[in-house]
Design a protein around this ligand. Structure first.
Ligand code: ZN
Length: 132
């Protein structure tokens, strides 16, 4: 079973915590042991797993990405959003999380973040829960 969630972003670059939505899909699936795939079908948005406890962490990740990969005019890609494509490739389009005892095996401080790099837009995240 694959489910799609819609994410509405409000800024050009932004991380949105989608952990609770992914957890809900896992519990609705009834699968006790398996893998949960989280896939973002976009070229200027990705998904990453990192600390969710202190919101300063993802702010630091985002500001560092923006510093390292500025939105400048000298890229070849005519659309003017090459920085967003590059940041997306660094974060990647998917994450796989192990499920045991019906629960995502995220570490204590881990959260799943949708990574917007060319918002604000309406985005999709596909979630597939597979049992053993
Ligand atoms: Zn583009």
């Amino acid at each position: 079973m694959t489910k799609t969630i819609n994410v509405k972003t409000r800024s050009r670059t932004e991380f949105i915590d989608i952990t609770s939505e992914v957890k809900r899909m896992v519990s609705e699936s009834g699968i006790k042991s398996g893998v949960c795939y989280v896939y973002v079908p976009h070229t200027t948005a990705g998904v990453t797993i990192n600390e969710g406890a202190d919101p300063a962490v993802v702010k630091d990740i985002l500001s560092t990405l923006n510093e390292l990969i500025p939105n400048k005019n000298s890229y070849l890609h005519m659309e003017g959003n090459s920085d967003a494509h590059i940041k997306t490739s660094l974060m990647g389009p998917s994450q796989a999380i192990i499920i045991e005892e019906g629960k995502l095996q995220l570490g204590t401080w881990q959260a799943i973040f949708f990574c917007e790099f060319d918002g604000a837009r309406s985005r999709k995240v596909m979630i597939k829960v597979m049992g053993n």
